[in-house]
Write a protein that binds this ligand. Structure first.
Ligand SMILES: NC(=O)c1ccc[n+]([C@@H]2O[C@H](COP(=O)([O-])OP(=O)(O)OC[C@H]3O[C@@H](n4cnc5c(N)ncnc54)[C@H](OP(=O)(O)O)[C@@H]3O)[C@@H](O)[C@H]2O)c1
Length: 347
């Protein structure tokens, strides 16, 4: 499987690491033989149609920025869009920064990949939050797969658990703590007796929150994940504008103390229930399995037959999220093998 990697930051580097570390296992277990034929970032690309060797990938990682300075395979200034359109490959792994205003640059990367017959694995929530129904249709129209398990739960397989393990059941509602930064802040405030602002500053110092924290604390990140869950798991056709969203800026230590007197706490909960998709600070019992602390994520699926199922895990991290990319690549590998079998049995 030839792969074009677009974006070479925390997750992109994690992808090259995990493909190298797990290469032998996966070739043995699944006959999966991934080859990174190009890496593109904002300044240019490295391209080798035969596949960049593990030694070359290591050299690129060590040399650092810009990757296009590579003396053998570097293409300074070459745009990711041109790499996607011109390099032969089966899959584009799209791991550029999220943008919820217009989804770019990832939206154009994904569309170009589809139009040139390439499957896409992405961890980027932006294009999905803004245009998931259209993107899934476009993938189908072009007879390619779009996979995105790293967008919700990082390495914790929240989407797969619901899609595969609960396939025999009916999911009635979903509730989750889907953002580690806000969960850290809401845990830190009562535990260390600090205000929202102080907890946010601590989160920024520890690298849990961005310098521009709005995406997390105003609930946009959770809302993006609610959109992906609603479309993929519950067959809704919604986008970001359909999610009723309130963040955690106004949560005070006093409100958390009051909730505590009732045996409860306040968490930022993303939920899908019937036609309603929302993100809001919600009082929940400290005994609720959803009530995880720190940067952990948790999700509860309420089902018709198996009652409530809760999954807990780390919601982010470069290598964790890269493991979700590998999971998606293996899924595409299986799907392509099935296609080949069907084609052979028909011919
Ligand atoms: N990190 C996590 O734990 C995590 C977890 C789940 C999902 N995600 C999502 O995964 C994606 C990647 O995250 P990350 O943490 O790896 O981000 P990152 O460290 O900021 O890396 C992003 C990479 O994309 C490159 N880039 C920016 N604009 C580009 C363009 N127009 N064309 C090609 N490359 C471009 C950047 O290059 P420069 O550095 O030169 O700008 C950088 O190499 C994001 O959408 C994020 O929300 C991340």
């Amino acid at each position: 499987m030839r792969i074009i990697l677009v974006g070479y930051g925390v997750v992109g580097k994690g992808v090259t690491t995990i493909l190298a570390e797990r290469y032998k296992d996966k070739v043995n277990d699944y006959g999966f033989n991934p080859k990174i034929v190009a890496i593109a970032d904002i300044d240019g690309a490295v391209i080798n149609p035969k596949g960049l060797s593990p030694e070359k990938l290591e050299e690129i990682k060590k040399r650092g920025y810009p990757i296009s300075a590579d003396p053998d395979f570097g293409h300074p200034g070459m745009k990711a869009l041109d790499v996607i359109a011109s390099v032969e490959a089966e899959v584009v792994v799209e791991v550029t920064p999220v943008n919820i205003k217009n989804g770019e640059p990832a939206l154009s990367h994904i569309i170009t990949a589809f139009k040139t017959g390439k499957h896409v694995v992405t961890t980027n929530k932006g294009p999905l939050a803004l245009a998931m129904p259209a993107l899934t249709e476009l993938a189908e129209y072009n007879n390619v797969y779009l996979r995105f398990s790293g967008t919700v739960g990082g390495g914790t397989p929240m989407l797969e658990f619901a899609k595969r393990c609960l396939a025999g059941d009916k999911i009635l509602a979903i509730r989750g703590i889907l953002n580690g930064t806000t969960n850290y802040i809401l845990t830190e405030m009562p535990q260390t007796r600090v205000s929202f602002q102080e907890a946010l500053t601590n989160a920024q110092k520890l690298g849990y929150a961005e310098r521009e924290p709005s995406m997390d604390i105003d609930g946009f990140d959770t809302a993006c994940k609610v959109v992906i869950l609603a479309n993929w798991i519950m067959n809704k056709k919604i986008t970001l504008k359909d999610v009723d969203r309130t963040g955690i800026r106004d949560i005070s230590l006093e409100a958390l103390d009051e909730a505590s007197k009732r045996g409860n706490t306040i968490k930022l909960i993303g939920s899908i229930d019937g036609d309603k998709a929302s993100v809001k600070p919600t009082e929940i019992s400290k005994d609720n399995p959803l009530c995880v602390s720190g940067v952990l994520n948790a999700i509860t699926f309420s089902t018709e037959y198996a009652a409530e199922q809760t999954l807990i895990g780390r919601g982010a991290g470069g290598i964790e999220t890269a493991s979700a990319v590998l999971r998606d690549l293996l899924d595409i590998r299986h799907k392509l093998a099935d296609r080949m079998l069907n084609d052979n049995s028909e011919s």
